[in-house]
Design a protein around this ligand. Structure first.
Ligand SMILES: Cc1cc2nc3c(=O)[nH]c(=O)nc-3n(C[C@H](O)[C@H](O)[C@H](O)COP(=O)(O)O)c2cc1C
Length: 199
C-alpha cells in the first residue's frame, strides 16, 4: 500500500475540509491510502507552545511522514497571496531531507482556499510549489479533461484545487470545487502507484 501524505494547515476549517476531500480521492485509488497530517500554529511569542499532540483532528506532521510517503498533497489557506507561515515554518525544518534528496522524484500536488475570488489562489498554489521543486518533487496539476475546470464559477485551477470561502468563510465548498479536490487526490495517487509499479 502506497501512503499519500495529505499535509495541510487550516485556521477556520476550509482547507481542512478540502484536505479530507483530497484524501477521499486518494483512497479511491487501488493500492493507495491517505495519511492526513497538519502543522501547529506559529506564535509571535517565543515561549508559547502548542500541545505535542493536537486536541482534535489530524496529528502533527513529522519528518518521517515525508520519508515514508509515496506522494504529497499540500494545502494552505492564502496569506497575502502566499503560503501560510506555519507551513512555511515546517518546510524550513526539512533541510536534512533536502540534503539526502528524500523527496526527489516523488509526485506532489497543492490546494488552497481564499476569502476573495481573486485574492491570490494561483500565487498561493505556486508559492507552495517552490519548496517542493527545490526538494526535487514532480508537480502534478489538474488537466482540463476535468470538466469542472471550465464549468466552475468559484475555485478550481490547473495549478491545483482551490476554494473561494468568502470574507467570513460562509461559502460552502461548491460541487465543482469538491469534485476537483477529489480528482486531484485521485490523480496524485494514481500517478504515485503507477510510478512505483514502473520503478
Ligand atoms: C493574515 C491573513 C491574510 C490573508 N490573506 C488573504 C489574501 O491575500 N487573499 C484572500 O482572498 N484571503 C486572504 N485571507 C483569508 C484566508 O486565506 C481564507 O479565509 C481561507 O479560506 C481560510 O482557510 P481556513 O478556513 O482553512 O483557515 C487571509 C487571512 C489572514 C488571516
Amino acid at each position: 500500500m502506497k501512503e499519500i501524505l495529505v499535509l495541510y494547515y487550516s485556521h477556520t476549517g476550509a482547507v481542512k475540509e478540502m484536505a479530507q476531500l483530497v484524501a477521499r480521492g486518494v483512497d479511491q485509488v487501488k493500492g493507495a491510502s491517505a495519511r492526513l497530517r497538519t502543522v501547529p500554529r506559529v506564535s509571535a511569542v517565543c515561549e508559547a507552545t502548542e500541545p505535542a499532540v493536537p486536541v482534535t483532528g489530524a496529528p502533527y506532521v513529522e519528518l518521517k511522514d515525508l520519508e515514508e510517503c509515496a506522494a504529497l498533497a499540500l494545502g494552505s489557506p492564502t496569506r497575502f497571496g502566499n503560503m501560510a507561515a506555519p507551513l512555511k515554518y515546517f518546510w524550513d525544518s526539512t533541510g536534512e531531507l533536502w540534503l539526502k534528496a528524500t523527496l526527489a522524484g516523488k509526485p506532489a500536488a497543492v490546494f488552497t482556499s481564499t476569502a476573495s475570488l481573486h485574492g491570490g489562489q494561483e500565487s498561493t498554489l505556486i508559492s507552495m510549489m517552490l519548496p517542493l521543486l527545490h526538494h526535487g518533487m514532480v508537480i502534478v496539476g489538474l488537466p482540463y479533461s476535468e470538466p469542472e475546470l471550465l464549468a466552475t464559477a468559484s475555485g478550481g485551477t490547473p495549478y491545483g484545487a482551490s476554494h473561494h470561502a468568502g470574507p467570513g468563510g460562509e461559502r460552502q465548498v461548491s460541487d465543482e470545487e469538491r469534485k476537483l479536490c477529489i480528482a486531484l487526490g485521485r490523480r496524485l495517487a494514481g500517478i504515485a502507484v503507477k510510478l512505483d509499479r514502473s520503478g
